[in-house]
Write a protein that binds this ligand. Sequence first.
Ligand SMILES: Cc1cc2nc3c(=O)[nH]c(=O)nc-3n(C[C@H](O)[C@H](O)[C@H](O)COP(=O)(O)OP(=O)(O)OC[C@H]3O[C@@H](n4cnc5c(N)ncnc54)[C@H](O)[C@@H]3O)c2cc1C
Length: 395
Amino acid sequence: MSHAHLQPDIAIIGGGIAGLWLLNRLRNQGYSAVLFEHKALGSDQTVASQGMIHGGIKYALGGSLSGGSEAIADMPDRWRACLRGEGEVDLRAVNVLSESFYLWSEGGLVSRMSSFFASKALRGRVDKINPGEGPAVFRDPAFSGQLYRLVDLVLDAPSLVATLADNHRDAIFHIDWQQAALESREGSAQIRLPNCTVQPRQLLLTAGAGNEALLQQLGEDSPAMQRRPLQQVLVKHQYNESLYAHCTGTNPSPRLTVSSHRTEAGEPVWYLGGDLATEGTDDAPEVLIAKARQELQALFHWVDFGDSEWTTIRLDRAEPKQKGLLKPDQAFVGGSKNNSNLLTAWPTKLTLCPDLGDQVVKQLSDLQPGPAPDLSLLAPLGKPPIAPPPWEVLF
Ligand SMILES: Cc1cc2nc3c(=O)[nH]c(=O)nc-3n(C[C@H](O)[C@H](O)[C@H](O)COP(=O)(O)OP(=O)(O)OC[C@H]3O[C@@H](n4cnc5c(N)ncnc54)[C@H](O)[C@@H]3O)c2cc1C
């Protein structure tokens, strides 16, 4: 039997949020698209993220609103439309953990923060919360800081992955690179499988940190990638109230970011990021855990967390290489030199997926949807599972 060829409009490699979002967006636009994942969907960064969909206010903590913060500002509304079933991808089945994200400050920063947050630029995007209101942990009279509500929302990342995967499960396949090869033929990238070769009109690399090796296999040295590591702290405890909030300190970035999750058995876990995680990257886990304990004690001295169990997870954020500081306001989509059908994408933030989708659609404006290929040839590959989040694996 001769080796078969499959020619979908689009093939996507990597099933994190970027690949799954694009699969949904492009199939909804009428393209035939297939996605290949080598481990589990949402692995690496996506299910380990804190799930915040934010409008960039946290980047304005330095005290002024930059152009970047303005560009990211309409992302929460784009996601909310998708959650209502009125956007470019259908997210109606996603579990929303919180409709709001909070920001609090203590002591010396109060006056600078209040005048900045009262400024015209932020009107309608930040509300001051009165004492005794807001999340349970701040309703205690012992809390003496300032509290604000942002327009941001928080999604349960595993349910986001599951929803996007369920919408188009027929087009998602497991790929085992021991049995498959990514290759460049006559200036086009293609995927060789045991029983057929996939020759997409457009190949999208959305493999997060995996993009670097995939590009090398195709003989490409650009776009270049960078990894920004961090070490998050997880604490499982008996305090039953959720919290989704940034604490601002003296840095322009949040001193601490807290999101709340549950283990499979329903036990509360607080997931701690922010400066604690970025500055603690190289700490031994026990050193970082000691810092995190002190931080919770200092910030929530009135809270009884009961017995607590601690752990950490070290992760790399994969992004396009930047000179100097990363501008976190836009997703990245870039072409390469040797393969004319190749695009590489890094969303750089979960939040920026709608922007990622816009950019890819723009780049594909010359590609008209072709006939849908018969995907039964891919059935022997099987389906990848969905990755469990760190709070289910680490305790
Ligand atoms: C701790 C942490 C917290 C974060 N919190 C937030 C937040 O609250 N809000 C926000 O907006 N952003 C957040 N981010 C950033 C956000 O998580 C990432 O920008 C986003 O998840 C990146 O998605 P991705 O699909 O590009 O990559 P990934 O999620 O890393 O997915 C890559 C996928 O490709 C697969 N893959 C890799 N190599 C191959 C290969 N060779 N073949 C096939 N498949 C492959 C992987 O298995 C994986 O499934 C956070 C990041 C971290 C690390």
